[in-house]
Design a protein around this ligand. Structure first.
Ligand code: FAD
Ligand code: UDP
Length: 368
């Protein structure tokens, strides 16, 4: 008999939700985490009394009442609404693309005028877009593409927009109302006290070992549990047998400044090509902080190499093909369940990752 029913590799949202739900159904779980802390990418650390999102801005938003209520069982959410602004060479525009953006750009006032302007800006672009550049121009026209999309996207992905898949920007809303809310979802907020409150409550009473890389001590840990839930990189699990999948990584440069308000907004996107970072986060604005100082983080996209944190999967056709080969290997692997954004090689938002973790537990423990 093994010491544990489940060995859960990774303490991000997928691992923490899975562990919580399995433990609630009487299963004995052990969580392994290779970082020195739990929480994966939603982890927050406190600097000068300010909660700092160590791995980039995380705003919880969902269209699912069920997931919203689930999260609210573990933490209270504040009223933060993401309204980032774009800075193009010192010109400030509201995001996502909405009447405020159109008005500032072209002096238009009514939705009808904005639509006419975008129609004109689309030029001859028609038909099914073949890449991100075509998609963007069809959606919002040349001016917005040039000022607010091209530079940001090429920095973010390290490739020309004409070589990127169109779906990357499909998640950005285009609105003909004066509404700066970045998300369309009815539920939005940030846990009061930070995401660690959520993670700590999920993992309450469950043993966790930090600073342990499962792949380096596979034999030892595999023998300790009946089943494994693996939330790390799928290509790494199979020792990169088909070569590494492509990811984008990020470098975060965090600074504490002697001012109480540096940029007046939580997220400012730098949409020109020359500024080497994509955005500056001013963390105190996520929870309406009134501290004397402020903490900001510049986010620099970088090419991913083995050993770095893999933040964004590059889901183009070539990588998807390689991923499918890994997935076939994963299906042959007995006693191991693969889940979360790294094992699924998918860009999941937090609500989606919670939803798939809940589904995975139900499927796993159905009828028990
Ligand atoms: P992770 O959080 O990555 O957790 C996986 C864990 O497994 C990590 O802690 C890792 O260290 C550990 N691990 C990996 N391999 C091993 C191993 N071999 N041994 C032991 N441990 C291992 N979503 C939103 O909804 N809103 C946002 O505003 C938002 N902003 C984001 C901004 C950025 C910059 C990024 C990168 C993502 C953002 N997301 C956002 C997405 C969000 O971060 C994810 O949905 C969520 O964190 C995924 O949880 P996970 O458990 O799948 O993965
Ligand atoms: N994007 C852009 N300009 C911006 C913000 C986003 O062109 O000011 C594009 C960019 O290609 C990005 C995509 O829209 O990768 C999705 O943006 P989102 O803010 O959803 O990305 P995330 O916050 O997840 O990095």
């Amino acid at each position: 008999m093994s010491a544990y029913d489940y060995l859960i590799v990774g303490s991000g949202l997928f691992g923490a939700v899975f562990a919580h739900e399995a433990a609630a159904r009487g299963k004995k779980c052990l969580v392994l985490e290779k970082r020195e802390h739990t929480g994966g990418n939603v982890y927050c650390e406190e600097i000068e009394g300010i909660l700092v999102h160590r791995y980039g801005a995380h705003i919880f938003h969902t269209g699912s009442r069920k997931i919203w209520e689930y999260v609210n069982r573990f933490c209270e959410m504040n009223r933060f609404t993401n309204m980032p602004v774009a800075n193009f060479k010192g010109e400030i525009y509201n995001m996502p693309f909405n009447m405020n953006t159109f008005s500032k750009l072209w002096g238009v006032v009514t939705p009808e005028e904005a639509k006419a302007k975008i129609e004109e800006q689309r030029g001859a672009a028609r038909g099914e877009p073949r890449n991100l550049e075509e998609q963007a121009i069809r959606l919002v026209g040349e001016d917005i593409y040039r000022k607010l999309i091209k530079g940001y996207t090429e920095k973010q992905w390290g490739k020309p927009c004409s070589e990127l898949p169109a779906f990357i920007i499909k998640r950005l809303p285009v609105r003909y109302t004066y509404d700066n809310n970045y998300f369309n979802d009815p539920y939005q907020g940030i846990p009061i006290g930070g995401y660690n409150v959520l993670i700590d409550r999920l993992l309450e009473g469950i043993p966790v070992r930090c600073g342990v890389d499962y792949l380096e001590e596979r034999q030892k840990y595999r023998a300790m549990a009946d089943r494994v839930v693996y939330t790390g990189q799928l290509d790494a699990y199979f020792d990169y047998a088909y070569g590494p999948l492509e990811y984008r990584s990020l470098r975060f440069e965090t600074e504490c400044l002697d001012t109480d308000n540096y940029q007046g907004v939580a997220v400012m996107n730098y949409t020109d090509r020359e500024t080497p970072y994509t955005r500056i986060i001013e963390h105190k604005h996520f929870d309406f902080g009134t501290q004397e100082k402020t903490v900001i983080t510049r986010e620099y996209p970088v090419k991913w190499e083995k050993g770095m944190e893999a933040y964004y999967p590059v889901n183009d056709a070539a990588n998807q093909g390689v991923y499918e080969r890994y997935r076939a290997l994963a299906e042959q692997e007995t006693g191991v369940l693969f889940g979360g954004r790294l094992a699924a090689y998918k860009y999941y938002d937090m609500d989606k990752v919670i939803e798939v973790a809940l589904e995975a537990v139900s499927k796993e423990l159905e009828g028990e």
